[in-house]
Design a protein around this ligand. Structure first.
Ligand code: HEM
Length: 430
């Protein structure tokens, strides 16, 4: 995507204010590279997802589904699930335990914050944008409290040699605190046997370090705040819309059910019967087709914003330096030249060829399919999102049958969603 050469990411100041200066989406250059790889290593590293995150994904999704009544607004419920998952993954805050209320209150502020992205950026009292800026401050404050708590915990861990929490917050603190301690110990070494003016220098350096520490705390808060944002709205919309499309395509729903009942039946013969990473990886091929097709038709991220860093020539046109560009994924994903009957939900188009006479996805289809972006800004959560949606679908189709409670409509403006948050009637399966 020529990131940093021909184009760079670019958002309006109203959006940047909501994201925060240190959000990964706004970082550039080497710092972006380092932080992107750190994030990817944590949230989309298969070993980490398999060994650490999968267990909680399965547990929290089941916990939520167990609490459902016989009528729910699916979009609200999936948002709750993905929010709880991301907060647990990033900060080890467990929504099924003592932190349930904290998570729910944070989520309410996030709902207001998100509205700000789709509103006119006017800062008059009580406009949606004003409320969003206000909600952002509250969210940042809550996350800051948790960051400070963790710092204190880390100090205790060092003295009492307890086991450290393995999450994104821990990793960020390790990187930043480790860096500062190196600087501190360099300064302390220099302070042995020094005179008054050198003492003064050491004090000044320590003040600078304290200021740096405060700045780093803000960086961590911004970073986590925007990761939560990136991780929850996107995945929950795809979960809901996959269910909507499946409900409207009974053959696809039947095939998906068959895939998951087979997994569930095999589990009955095992000792603890828990869904495992290997089930996701090897036994859910049709589920992946359903996810691809939902992402193709109704991705909430319909494209990305960039700014031309120089005059750029493309197919005989020149984009002048400084121009803002919107690269529309949706325009490509719904192009009939790439996808036959592009507006129809057809998960089978993604099925891998088993025999020569079967049709699989063409090379061209795979080349133009970019629901998670590409290049250096490729979504670091792409694998995590797929795992979460797959596990959710597994438990949904093996626990419930359902039917829409009201007519509902898919809309794309100002954001992709269903107008009524997809109300459904549910019945538990025996
Ligand atoms: C179905 C779910 C998801 C979709 C469709 C999606 C889509 C995208 C896309 C298209 C981008 C590229 C933005 C750009 O190029 O400017 C992106 C970036 C990003 N996504 Fe996702 N995402 C999803 C889930 C997640 C999850 C679960 C997380 C975190 C846990 C996440 C975190 C991020 C972050 C931090 C970035 C910024 C990357 C950077 O600028 O380096 N996303 N996502």
């Amino acid at each position: 995507m020529n990131e940093g050469k021909l184009f760079e990411c670019s958002y309006t100041s109203s959006i940047s204010n909501l994201l925060g200066r240190k959000s990964l989406l706004l970082l550039k250059g080497n710092l972006h590279k380092r932080m992107h790889s750190l994030t990817k290593n944590f949230i989309s590293n298969s070993t980490n997802v398999r060994d650490h995150l999968f267990f909680d994904i399965n547990r929290i999704i089941r916990f939520n589904l167990d609490s459902w009544s016989n009528r729910v607004h699916l979009l609200d419920q999936t948002k709750k699930i993905t929010f709880e998952l991301i907060v647990k993954q990033l900060m080890s805050i467990d929504p099924t335990g003592v932190d349930q209320q904290w998570t729910e209150s944070l989520r309410k502020h996030y709902l207001i914050l998100i509205d700000g992205f789709f509103s006119v950026p006017i800062l008059f009292l009580f406009t949606p944008y004003y409320n969003a800026i206000h909600a952002r401050k509250k969210v940042a404050g809550e996350i800051r409290v948790k960051v400070r708590e963790r710092k204190r915990e880390m100090m205790m861990i060092m003295t009492e040699r307890k086991e450290e929490k393995k999450d994104m917050l821990g990793m960020l603190l390790d990187v930043m605190v480790g860096k500062r301690e190196d600087e501190c110990s360099n300064n302390n070494t220099k302070s042995v046997g020094v005179n008054d003016s050198e003492d003064q220098l050491v004090v000044e350096k320590k003040v600078v370090l304290l200021e740096e520490e405060a700045e780093e705390e803000e960086e961590i808060v911004d970073f986590l705040l925007s990761l939560i944002l990136g991780g929850y709205e996107t995945t929950s919309t795809i979960m809901t819309l996959a269910v909507k499309f499946l409900t409207e395509t009974p053959l696809a729903l039947a095939q998906l059910k068959e895939e998951h009942e087979k997994i569930k039946n095999a589990k009955k013969e095992e000792k603890d019967g828990q869904l495992e990473w290997s089930d996701y990886k090897y036994n859910m091929p049709f589920t992946q087709c359903v996810i691809n097709e939902t992402l193709r038709i109704a991705n909430i991220v319909s494209g990305v914003f960039r700014r031309a860093m120089t005059d750029v020539s493309i197919k005989g046109y020149t984009i002048p330096k400084g121009c803002k560009v919107f690269t529309s994924f949706r325009a490509v994903h719904l192009n009939q030249e790439h996808f036959k009957e592009a507006t129809s939900f057809n998960p089978w188009r993604w099925q891998q060829k088993k025999d020569a006479d079967q049709v699989g996805p063409s090379k061209m289809m795979l080349n133009v399919f970019t629901p998670f972006g590409g290049g250096p800004r490729l979504c670091p959560g792409y694998e995590l999102a797929r795992v979460e949606i797959s596990v959710f679908l597994h438990h949904l189709v093996t626990t419930f049958s359902w039917a829409p409670a009201e007519e509902d409509k898919l809309v794309f403006f100002p954001t992709t969603r269903t107008l009524k948050r997809y109300p459904i009637h549910l019945q538990r399966l025996m």
